[in-house]
Write a protein that binds this ligand. Structure first.
Ligand SMILES: [Zn+2]
Ligand SMILES: [Zn+2]
Length: 397
């Protein structure tokens, strides 16, 4: 795992836990996801396999106190996938040069040259650590809202057809009472400890220093003179809202959907974060799902299977279809009703896979007439040995 991985990958998001999750919460989230995406339970499902790898990687880091600390520090320095530097800073996007030697040992200035930065690494660190006066630097820049993770449970039919569902979410937002200042009168003073930057430096290895959020102002750079009563001076408040969320047709159980800009609102004019919805799908008593195809098992009589016939088959939410069974249809044969499956992304539909299951009449259901017909069928087939092939095969090989 490289430092680049640390900066580009959001392991918290992968596990669906908040940044301040406890070790127990991380462990729990990991176990649940690992179970759902385990290769043994998802044979041949490349997506699940990929996700399982991601989950394991995230757990390797977040599940280890030391690695998690390093990861958090790297992320605090370089932001979530985009570096938000001060003057001459980078545009959004990805931080695209290798930082390995920065963290491994001596930092060498001016080595990068590429990427969206105005200058070399020296400038980057200059911008980060030598920030003097209050009110400059990252604290005053627009900040993107947090991504939010939520869950929704759909009925089988809703998942196939798509649905609009209400989703109640709570997120951290600036406190309305004090406009996010934390001060009752809206006039907080600059924190003397960090001089308004919200961060304090401490010595690190390799001739540069790391920053931590300032303890005195909790990283806000401001201290409330008269703390706001609503948010107790934090400037942040839990806001909950209910949103109508459109879940596209064809989602499957365990799928994670990203809704751009539907996360927590940004700060200081920054864009909103994204909303990730993990979809759970209830099982249907009759229909199953295999990708775009639906499945159903239909009982047929022995005579229908042996002599052939037309069989009515139910479809999900539509009129039934009639399937022609050819004479001599074996038990367990699967037939295809085209276009009667789940909706695909392009609006077309998958198929309904119909598996026939020969129904054996219960003894008490047999009428005298049916019983004697079966007796004569037995007589008529006395010379047929259905197990002859079996015994032949058992002897060979
Ligand atoms: Zn401070
Ligand atoms: Zn407040």
């Amino acid at each position: 795992m490289s430092t680049k991985d640390f900066i580009e990958k959001d392991y918290y998001k992968v596990l669906g836990v908040p940044k301040d999750a406890t070790d127990a919460e991380i462990k729990k989230a990991y176990r649940k996801l690992a179970r759902e995406n385990h290769p043994d339970a998802n044979k041949g499902n490349a997506k699940a396999e990929e996700r399982f790898k991601e989950i394991s990687e995230a757990n390797d880091v977040l599940g280890d106190a030391k690695k998690r600390k390093e990861y958090d520090e790297a992320r605090a320095l370089f932001g979530n996938g985009g570096f938000r530097a001060g003057p001459g800073g980078a545009g959004g996007g990805t931080f695209n040069f290798d930082l390995g030697d920065l963290f491994g040992g001596g930092a060498q200035g001016g080595q990068s040259g590429q990427g969206g930065f105005g200058g070399g690494i020296g400038d980057v660190f200059g911008g980060l650590f030598n920030r003097g006066g209050a009110g400059t630097g990252t604290r005053t820049q627009p900040r993107r809202g947090q991504d939010i993770e939520s869950e929704v449970t759909l009925s089988f039919t809703e998942a196939v057809d798509g649905a609009t569902v209400p989703l109640r979410m709570s997120s951290q937002a600036p406190c309305k009472a004090c406009s996010g200042t934390g001060d009752k009168n809206g006039t907080p003073r600059v924190c003397p400890t960090c001089v308004g930057t919200g961060q304090v430096s401490r010595g690190g290895g390799g001739g540069f220093s790391l920053t931590d959020p300032c303890v005195d102002c909790k990283g806000r750079g401001l201290i409330a003179e008269t703390p706001c009563e609503v948010c107790k001076g934090s400037g942040r408040a839990k806001s909950s809202r209910t949103m109508q969320v459109r879940i596209p047709a064809g989602v499957s159980d365990g799928q994670r959907i990203r809704l751009r800009g539907k996360g927590a609102p940004g700060e200081r004019g920054g864009p909103a974060g994204d909303l990730y919805v993990v979809v759970h799908v209830d099982a249907h008593p009759v229909f199953g799902r295999k990708g775009d195809n639906l499945t159903v098992t239909v009982p047929v009589t022995f005579t229908e299977a042996a002599l052939g016939g037309e069989v009515k088959v139910p479809t999900l939410g539509g009129p039934s279809v009639t399937l022609k069974l050819p004479p001599g249809t074996p038990n367990g044969r699967t037939m295809r009703a085209r276009g009667k499956g789940a909706v695909r992304k392009d609006g077309t539909r998958g198929d309904l896979l119909v598996t026939v299951e020969v129904a054996v009449p219960r003894d008490q259901d047999l009428t005298e007439e049916a019983r004697s017909a079966l007796e004569s069928y037995r007589k008529a087939t006395e010379d047929t040995d259905v197990r002859a092939e079996l015994f032949q095969a058992a002897k060979g090989a």
